[in-house]
Write a protein that binds this ligand. Structure first.
Ligand code: 3HC
Ligand code: NAI
Length: 654
């Protein structure tokens, strides 16, 4: 078998090049190849060594597929020790994304250069891990403890300019990276530049309470997760202990994290997210339709956020409303959102202005004659949606994709309102649509393959995580939410309080408990939806009696200042005795004797409700695979990432 690592002499420079598609991950063969090359180079005619990669990126990290498969030598820390111990200067030349073990490889080299577009980072925390090959020890020695804490606990990559500023790389190079790196290596040789070992540096002094501050922040921001706290411990060790001791602590905690259910869950999600974008039977080479302009019908809560998602990706949008007043309202909310992004430092003023300039409004559907894709986001009324699709059929050019953002309605029925059902698809965004990552793509019975493939690709372009669903009431996510919501109502009648249910679920890891979610979404939404359903579809009245009573009292949730809770002017939920009374009254109507429920029972029953519906969704083929359901719940419904999604949680907890 040929090695993925090539070693050759180019003049006086030994060039070690890794070629292991797709992302040059550090599989066993790559580690062995690096070790062999660096060892051979110690005794040959080379005067300095350059490590670089072929393909789209420098090494993007350890090979995640090898985790959990047992020990495979050589271990990365040993390979990196050999690199750092080289008697000849080693230069790492970075392009693409030098991440995790890849960036650690670069940090073990003596000099680092990068092209301007390169990104570096230690994203291990996003997989429930900590850097396992010296990252927590070398970054603080090069950039200081505070910068190391930011970089490693966030897991967010930084660009080459920032890395240069922090001292994590030495040089940004122009032109061809291979040539530039060799030229720099020759210069270093000519100057007699020494080997520089970052492990031999001392971490600059730190503020005395720095580590406690980070521990406290992380216990809120990454509640219940072990890896972020372990990262703080390792960086503290880098400050207080010699390199070898710090690295031994790092190694021990890395192995603990790797074997933890949290990391197993997060690695499952990493692959599930990538798998979700693949559709069985949809050929990889399906031709795509060009999407250079978007139309949006309805500039309300969803329409505005969807418009921003496209504008932020540089795609022009025309947003249609029923009147000038409605249009002004919609556009002014978009203005406010962009102003907020600038204020929070998420966008520069120029960038926000450029995005905003891509969104224009109109009140006449004729403005959509030339757009490549239209997304309908009008009220959730099936007849209105059909009327809108009939109009779109009249004005849109042949080949335009017609999408609906409906939460529940039958996409096949909506498609039949047009003469081109093959061009119709569901694109179900989540609120706030410019922020939430999930996009459920609803494949209708007649949706053409190229329409599906185009929308999947487009999702990536606008930085959403797509999951394909079949047609059913509520698709994957909202369909599962129904039994979950119903179970929460049964728990209330049986004896729990809204705050007990919400706190139990939040302590377990959900971003928000179910009753706070209902209050946020508006209790009137479910109420109106129920009016359109038959009694059979509504199900057991015990599962909706309390919210019906609340709505009929004018308690619509946060928007009216009261729902399952009352809300203060900071929108904080306050338990309300009036609600407790309503619940007790409803329980009495149904002859239910209230009792004390444990938090454990609450969590168990609510999660079981999700999982049972998930199983039905799988059996019916609505979701292609259980990982897709996990991706929906983590990216769309605040399910804790460290539990891997409801289906993974159920599988792993037996
Ligand atoms: N190991 C194994 N496979 C990997 C991988 C890795 N580290 N990173 C990516 N892949 C695979 C993906 O699963 C995908 O496979 P597929 O085509 O069969 O679905 C393929 O490479 C391409 O990945 P993406 O679709 O994600 O490609 P993008 O171009 O969108 O993104 C990337 C590239 C930014 C490198 C992204 O893949 C990524 O973030 N990868 C993970 C990086 C990471 O977490 N590294 C740290 C690993 S842990 C570690 O290094 C521990 C160390 O400290 C000891
Ligand atoms: P909304 O009430 O905030 O906005 C709807 C907008 O559509 C209004 O501004 C209205 O003036 C406009 N409109 C109505 N008829 C129109 C027509 N014929 N032509 C042009 N504009 C028209 O509603 P929201 O919340 O934005 O929901 C829109 C759709 O998105 C619904 O189908 C809803 O189920 C779905 N959805 C809503 C989510 C949410 O959290 N609000 C989440 C995901 C989907």
């Amino acid at each position: 078998m040929t090695s993925p690592v090539d070693y050759r002499l180019e003049g006086e420079i030994g060039v070690i090049s890794v070629d292991h598609p797709p992302v040059n991950a550090l599989s066993q063969a790559v580690r062995q190849g690096l070790l062999d090359a660096i060892t051979a180079a110690q005794t040959d005619a080379s005067k300095a060594l350059v490590i670089l990669c072929e393909g789209r990126t420098f090494i993007a990290g350890a090979d995640i597929t090898e985790f959990g498969k047992g020990p495979m030598t050589p271990y990365l820390p040993d390979v990196l020790d050999t690199i750092e111990a080289s008697v000849k200067p080693v230069i790492a030349a970075l392009h693409g994304t030098a991440l995790g073990g890849g960036f650690e490889t670069a940090l073990a080299a003596h000099y680092r250069c990068a092209v301007e577009s390169a990104k570096v980072g230690l994203p291990e925390v996003k997989l429930g891990l900590i850097p396992g090959a010296g990252g927590t020890q070398r970054v603080p020695r090069l950039a200081g403890a505070a910068a190391a804490l930011d970089l490693i606990t966030s897991g967010a990559p930084i660009d080459a300019a920032k890395a240069l500023q922090l001292g994590l790389i030495d040089k940004i190079v122009d032109g061809d990276l291979h040539d530039a790196a060799i030229a720099w290596a020759e210069e270093l040789v000519a100057d007699g530049a020494p080997v520089r070992r970052s492990s031999e540096l001392t971490v600059p002094d730190v503020e005395p309470d720095l580590f406690d501050q980070y521990r406290a922040q992380l216990s809120k921001r990454a509640r219940g997760q072990i890896a972020p706290q372990h990262i703080v411990t390792c960086i503290e060790a880098a400050v207080n202990s010699p390199f070898a001791e710090g690295r031994a602590i790092e190694r021990e905690l890395f192995i603990e994290c790797m074997q933890s259910p949290q990391s197993i869950a997060m690695r499952h999600l990493f692959f599930a997210e990538r798998e979700a974008a693949k559709v069985a039977g949809l050929p990889k080479d399906t031709p795509l339709r060009a999407i250079d302009s978007i139309g949006i019908i309805g500039g309300g809560t969803m329409g505005g956020g969807i418009a921003m998602s496209f504008a932020n990706a540089g795609i022009p949008v025309t947003m249609i409303e029923i009147s000038d007043a409605a249009l002004d309202r919609g556009l002014s909310i978009i203005d406010k959102n962009y102003a907020g992004s600038v204020k929070r430092g998420k966008l520069t003023e120029d960038a926000a202005a450029n995005c905003r300039a891509l969104i224009k409004g109109a009140t006449d559907y004729a403005a959509l004659a030339d757009v490549d894709l239209v997304i309908e986001a009008v009220f959730e009324d099936p007849d209105l949606k059909k009327t809108v699709f009939g109009q779109l059929d009249e004005v849109c050019k042949p080949g335009a994709i017609l999408a609906t953002n409906t939460s529940y309605q039958d996409v096949d029925q909506i498609a039949l309102a047009t003469r081109r059902p093959e061009d119709v698809i569901g694109m179900h965004f989540f609120s706030p649509a410019h922020i939430m990552k999930l996009l459920e793509i609803v494949r209708g019975e007649k949706t053409a393959d190229d329409v599906l493939a185009t929308v999947l690709r487009l999702a990536k372009k606008i930085r959403k995580v797509p999951v394909v669903s079949g047609v059913c009431y509520g698709f994957i996510g909202n369909r599962m939410l129904r039994p979950y919501g119903k179970q929460s109502q049964l728990l209330l009648l049986e004896g729990a309080t809204p705050e007990q249910i919400d706190n139990a679920m939040q302590d377990w890891g959900m971003a928000m408990g179910p009753l706070r979610v209902f209050d946020l979404a508006g209790l009137d939404v479910g109420y109106k939806a129920r009016q359109a359903l038959s009694d059979a579809m509504k199900g057991d009245p015990q599962t909706y009696r309390v919210p019906d009573l609340l709505v009929e009292m004018g308690r619509l949730g946060q928007k009216s200042g009261a729902g399952f809770y009352t809300y203060d002017d900071k929108r904080q939920p306050i338990p309300d005795p009036a609600v407790a009374e309503i619940i007790e009254r409803a329980a009495g109507e149904f002859g239910i004797e209230r009792r004390e429920l444990s938090d454990e029972e609450i969590v168990d029953r609510l999660i079981s409700a999700l999982v049972d519906e998930g199983r039905k969704i799988l059996d019916e083929g609505i979701a292609q695979r259980s990982g897709d359901i996990d991706v929906v719940y983590v990216y769309g419904y605040g399910f804790p990432v460290s539990r891997g999604g409801p289906m993974h949680y159920a599988d792993s907890s037996g």
